[in-house]
Write a protein that binds this ligand. Structure first.
Ligand SMILES: NC(=O)c1ccc[n+]([C@@H]2O[C@H](COP(=O)([O-])OP(=O)(O)OC[C@H]3O[C@@H](n4cnc5c(N)ncnc54)[C@H](O)[C@@H]3O)[C@@H](O)[C@H]2O)c1
Length: 436
C-alpha cells in the first residue's frame, strides 16, 4: 500500500477528499489543490458546496481569488454526494465536534461521516480524522465502522488521526507552516499519513499511536484553557487588590524563560478552547479519573461574563449614580476573537444576556458580524456614529477587532469598559476608560 500511495503522491495523481468544508476543511482542501492534487470537498451544506463550485470563498482567511483559479482548472470542487468518495485515494474528516446540551461529546457528525465513508470504502484508501475529539475516538468509534465492511486496517486501508492546529485570523501561521502531528493505527498507516501531509506541510511529526495524537490536541487546548483561567482569576484578584493586571503581565513577560503571557478577557469562545477540555474530562471520568484543573478553569472562565456585567453595574453606579436597569449599553465586538466572523460560543452573548437580565437596553457593533440573534431574537450591528456612541451610557469592548477606530470611540463615549486592553495606546480621555 505504501509504494502505490507514494507513487500516486509523487506523480500528483492522488485525489484527496475533505469531509466538512468549514474553518478547518476548506483551507486544507485549498492547500492540496494548490500543491497540484485534485481536491474534493464533501459537505452537507448546499450553500457552501455551491459557493465553492462558483469559485467563491466564505472564509476570510481564504480569499476568493485563491479559490477561483483552482476551481477553474478542476483542482478543487465540492459535492454533497458521498458516492464520489469511491474515486479518491485519501479522505480527511473535518466535521464539527460540539457538546450536547448535557455537556457530553456529540459524536453524531463523526459517526455519520464514518458511516458514509464505510459505504464507499475501497482497498488502498487512507482515512484520517482531524476533528478534535476525546482519546480513543479513532480506534473505538471509526475503526469498527470501517472494519464492518470486511476490509482490514493496515492491510486493505489505512486509518489515523492528525490534530488540526489552524488558528483562524492568524496571518503568520497557516496550514502550510504549522507543524503537523500525525499517527496511524499501524506503521503502514502512519507512514502513508506522514507522506500525505508532507505534501502540504513544512514539518510533519509522527507519533507512536493515534491516542497520543488525539491527546496532543487536547493538551494544547487544555493548556490554553487552564492558563486563561489562571489569568482570569488573577484579574479578579487584582480588581480587589486594586492593582493593574495588564501592567503586571507586561512586566512578567519580559522574563526570557519560564513564562508565557496569557491575557484575561470576558470569557472563552470559539469551537475549541471552551469545548475540547470537556471532551477530555468526559473520557477521563469514564475511566474513573476525576480531572480537577479542567473543571476549575472552565468554571472560572465561564464566570467571566457575569463578572463583566457586575463590573458595568458597579461602574455605572459609581460614575453616574445610575442603575443598569434602563441604561443603554453598547457591546463592541460579537465574534469570539478579533478579526474573525465566527461567533460560536462567543462570550459576548453571555455578557449581553447577563446585562439584559438586569434590565439594560443592549445594542452591538461588529464590522465582521452584521447580524445575529440573541435568545431567538434577531439583532443587527449598529452603525458606529458619534451620535450612537453619545447616546449610550456605557460601551464595553468584548472583542478587540483591529480595524476599529478606538480614538473615535473614546472621544464620543461617556464611559468604556475595556475587557481586552484594546485602548492601551489611546492617550486622551483616559478617565473615561476602565479596564478589566
Ligand atoms: N475552527 C477552528 O479554529 C478549529 C481549529 C482546530 C480544530 N478544529 C476542529 O476541527 C473540527 C471542525 O471545526 P470547524 O471549525 O471547521 O467546523 P465548521 O462548523 O466550520 O465546519 C464543519 C463543516 O462540516 C460540515 N458537516 C457536518 N457534518 C457533516 C457530514 N456528516 N458530512 C459532511 N459535512 C458535514 C458542516 O456543514 C460544516 O461546513 C472540529 O472538531 C473542531 O474542534 C477547529
Amino acid at each position: 500500500m505504501v509504494t502505490k500511495f507514494k507513487e500516486k503522491l509523487n506523480r500528483k495523481k492522488a485525489k484527496i477528499a475533505v469531509i466538512g468544508l468549514g474553518y478547518v476543511g476548506l483551507p486544507l482542501a485549498v492547500e492540496f489543490a494548490k500543491k497540484g492534487f485534485k481536491a474534493l470537498g464533501v459537505d452537507l451544506d448546499k450553500n457552501k458546496v455551491d459557493s465553492i463550485n462558483l469559485g467563491k470563498s466564505y472564509i476570510l482567511d481564504i480569499p476568493g481569488e485563491e479559490v477561483k483559479p483552482l476551481v477553474k482548472r478542476g483542482a478543487l470542487r465540492a459535492t454533497r454526494d458521498y458516492s464520489k468518495l469511491k474515486e479518491v485515494d485519501a479522505i480527511i474528516i473535518c466535521v464539527p465536534t460540539p457538546l450536547r446540551k448535557t455537556k457530553d461529546p456529540d459524536m453524531s457528525f463523526i459517526v455519520s461521516a464514518a458511516e458514509a465513508i464505510a459505504k464507499n470504502l475501497r482497498q488502498g484508501q487512507v482515512i484520517i480524522l482531524e476533528s478534535t475529539t476525546y482519546p480513543g475516538t479513532t480506534e473505538e468509534v471509526i475503526l469498527p465502522l470501517l472494519e464492518a465492511t470486511g476490509l482490514k486496517v493496515g492491510k486493505d486501508f489505512c486509518l489515523g488521526f492528525s490534530p488540526e492546529r489552524i488558528d483562524p485570523g492568524n496571518p503568520t501561521y497557516m496550514t502550510h507552516n504549522i507543524p503537523k502531528v500525525v499517527s496511524g493505527m499501524t506503521k503502514i498507516c502512519r507512514d502513508n499519513i506522514e507522506l500525505l501531509y508532507s505534501q502540504i506541510c513544512g514539518k510533519v511529526i509522527p507519533v507512536s499511536s493515534v491516542k497520543v495524537a488525539e491527546m496532543v490536541k487536547l493538551l494544547e487546548n487544555t493548556f490554553r484553557s487552564v492558563n486563561i483561567g489562571l489569568v482570569n482569576e488573577l484579574a479578579l484578584m487584582c480588581d480587589s487588590l486594586k492593582v493593574d493586571v495588564w501592567e503586571i503581565i507586561e512586566a512578567a513577560k519580559t522574563k526570557p524563560f519560564g513564562y508565557m503571557p496569557f491575557y484575561p478577557g470576558p470569557g472563552l469562545g470559539g469551537h475549541c478552547i471552551p469545548i475540547d477540555p470537556i471532551y477530555l474530562a468526559w473520557k477521563a471520568r469514564i475511566q474513573g479519573f476525576e480531572p480537577r484543573f479542567i473543571d476549575l478553569a472552565s468554571k472560572v472562565n465561564a464566570d467571566m461574563p457575569e463578572h463583566v456585567a457586575e463590573r458595568i453595574s458597579r461602574s455605572l453606579n459609581n460614575r453616574f449614580g445610575k442603575a443598569v436597569k434602563g441604561s443603554k449599553i453598547l457591546i463592541l465586538g460579537l465574534s469570539y476573537k478579533k478579526d474573525v466572523t465566527d461567533t460560536r460560543e462567543s462570550p459576548a452573548y453571555e455578557v449581553m444576556e447577563r446585562l439584559r437580565e438586569r434590565g439594560a437596553i443592549i445594542s452591538y457593533y461588529d464590522p465582521f458580524v452584521p447580524e445575529s440573534s440573541l435568545k431567538g431574537h434577531k439583532i443587527r450591528s449598529i452603525k458606529l456614529t458619534a451620535s450612537e456612541l453619545r447616546g449610550k451610557d456605557c460601551a464595553v469592548i468584548v472583542t478587540d477587532h483591529s480595524n476599529v477606530d478606538y480614538d473615535f470611540i473614546v472621544k464620543n463615549s461617556k464611559f468604556i469598559l475595556d475587557t481586552r486592553n484594546a485602548l492601551r495606546n489611546v492617550r486622551t480621555n483616559r478617565s473615561k476608560i476602565e479596564r478589566l
